[in-house]
Write a protein that binds this ligand. Structure first.
Ligand code: G16
Length: 542
């Protein structure tokens, strides 16, 4: 029934910011998927007879890997596997299923916002029993195991029918196929005032939700149109496709430009939103205004008590280091804890589990709360809608009032994608070497106050994560941050994060890139991006 297959290690199975992400042809190499999944199982203890969750964003190769993972789970001794129908579970829905059914953990098959298709990206991520991404201790063990692996075990059995809801047997193991939307939609109904949102929509408030042909299509349809009464047509691009229709399922101003243009047009809807490949990212656009993810975190935190799930108030807020400091001012006013973590949702898990933070967010279009242990795109949309439904003002009014109260953090991220990896490493190493000499010097008329290589000391498990981004802080509260992306699949991506704090409401209507122009020049002077990479402008500005 089970067979042991000899194999040889691959040397490149190191999980990045969020699991292992590679091009599909790399995953299609003989034993590549099997090696990685066996390395995951070999790095875990005590799962015999327990439950595993498997689901993915439906991209190309999802169904094949679900079958492999099922057969390997059976051979490795899991007692039961819960699978989203069709192999589908959005990342936040997978997190919820793991928590709700007290599973041992889960395999989430996704490369998030990266494109899909036979020559595009695929990914595998392991989530632990709290529903969140495996912490570094586990991802490091998986990588170490992947370098020494000599065999894997797999059931010799026919494929499971993953399209029919119900329970089946696979080589003695139970396999339950679940409706991927039902549990998640029920959780959203608990957290938010659906009556208030329904009343808002009934009063003529219009919205558009773009699923970018990715996993949130069925979730958006069910929740926004069926349960909240938004008219048909509110959800667009809602049929999930294995190649996302040939687009990048990345909800930003580049890849969701149509939505942005619509919201900026006089006859556009009142509110627009989009989510990414696996449903954990969000893009929020009010009529006439793009809300940056950093601002969205701050505005949601300031208003969250208006939603039933958060009416008792927040315990604390957490943000990744490159995310703007806008939320810090909200935490200060609410007199609650504020935590600055490295990039990667996995770093929020301990703070959420310990009850130290309630809401978390990242500049990379991620916002979420303690309801699951992943960021959650549709959750952010529903919290915005709940706030708008209670306050009955527009998103632009919320933003302007917020800035008038707390000041505005102008913010932008410049990405240099597909850069030669050695050149990108040299750029960061050079900058790191110069850090001690930077304080007190000036660049583009700005005086550097401090400069460091961010290290995180986890207040819960006391672990230390070093080299999490280079920060250069200027007098007056502006800063530039440099780091290399941990989610790309070809070459390196240099991310430059630029931020200026502007307390004066008279200066809250500037165009973002102009408001940051001197800092952008300073970033170039400091890092020598052109010299190192030959690039004179970023590939993507968000
Ligand atoms: C992942 C992580 C996020 C991170 C983002 C960008 O998101 O879960 O925590 O902020 O990548 O990471 P990087 O800057 O290293 O590319 P996702 O939506 O891709 O899973």
């Amino acid at each position: 029934m089970f067979k042991t297959v000899p194999t040889t290690p691959f040397d490149d199975q190191k999980p990045g910011t969020s699991g292992l992400r590679k091009k599909v042809p790399e995953f299609q190499q003989k034993n590549y998927v099997e090696n990685f999944i066996q390395s995951v199982f070999d790095s875990l203890e005590g799962f015999k007879g327990k439950t595993l969750v498997i689901g993915g964003d439906g991209r190309y190769y999802n169904r094949e890997v679900v079958q492999i993972a099922l057969k390997m789970a059976a051979a490795n001794g899991f007692g039961k596997v819960l699978v989203g129908q069709g192999g589908i579970l959005s990342t936040p829905a997978a997190s919820n299923v793991i928590r709700k059914y007290k599973a041992f953990g889960g395999l989430v098959l996704s490369a998030s916002h990266n494109p899909g298709g036979p020559t595009e990206d695929f990914g595998i991520k392991y989530n632990i029993g709290n529903g969140g991404p495996a912490p570094e201790k586990i991802t490091e063990a998986i990588f170490a195991r992947s370098k020494t692996i000599t065999q894997y075990v797999i059931a010799e059995a026919p494929d499971v029918d993953i399209d029919t809801i119900g329970t089946q047997k696979l080589a003695g193991m139970d396999v339950e196929i679940l409706d991927p939307v039902a549990d998640y939609a029920a959780l959203m109904e608990e957290l938010f005032d659906f009556d208030a949102i329904r009343a808002l929509i009934k009063s003529g408030f219009t919205l558009r939700f773009d699923s970018m042909h990715a996993v949130t299509g069925p979730y958006g349809k069910e929740i926004l149109e069926h349960r909240l009464g938004a008219p048909e047509g509110t959800c667009v691009n809602f049929v999930p496709l294995p190649d996302f229709g040939g687009h990048h399922p990345d909800p930003n101003l580049v890849y969701a430009k149509d939505l942005y243009d619509l919201l900026m047009s006089p006859d556009g809807p009142d509110f627009g939103a989009a989510s990414d490949g696996d449903g954990d990212r969000n893009l929020i656009i009010g009529k006439g205004i793009f809300i940056t993810p950093s601002d969205s975190l701050a505005m949601l935190a300031a208003n969250a008590h208006l939603a039933p799930g958060y009416k008792a108030g927040l315990k604390g807020i957490a943000r990744s280091m490159p995310t703007s400091g806008a939320a810090d001012r909200v935490a200060e006013k609410l007199k609650i804890g504020m935590y600055e973590t490295p990039t990667g949702w996995k770093f929020f898990g301990n703070l959420l589990d310990a009850g130290m933070a309630t809401i978390c967010g990242e500049e990379s279009a991620g916002t979420g709360s303690n309801h699951v242990r992943e960021k959650d795109g549709l959750w952010a949309v529903l919290l915005w809608l709940n706030i708008l439904a209670v306050r009955r003002v527009s998103a632009i009014e919320i933003a302007k009032e917020h800035w008038a109260t707390y000041g505005r953090n102008y913010y932008s991220r410049h990405d240099y994608e597909g850069v030669d990896t050695a050149a990108a490493n040299t750029l960061i190493d050079d900058l790191r070497a110069r850090l001690p000499k930077l304080p007190g010097t000036s660049v583009q008329g700005l005086t550097i106050e401090t400069a460091d290589d961010f290290a995180y000391h986890d207040p819960v498990d006391k672990s230390v994560s070093k080299h999490q981004g280079i920060r250069v802080l200027f007098e007056g509260g502006s800063r530039v941050v440099f780091r290399l992306s941990g989610t790309g699949t070809s070459g390196a991506t240099i991310r430059v994060y630029v931020e200026r704090y502007e307390p004066d409401p008279k200066r809250h209507d500037l165009e973002t890139q102009s408001a940051l122009a001197d800092l952008i020049r300073a970033a170039e002077d400091l890092a020598g991006i052109k010299v190192h990479t030959g690039r004179d402008k970023p590939s993507v500005i968000t």
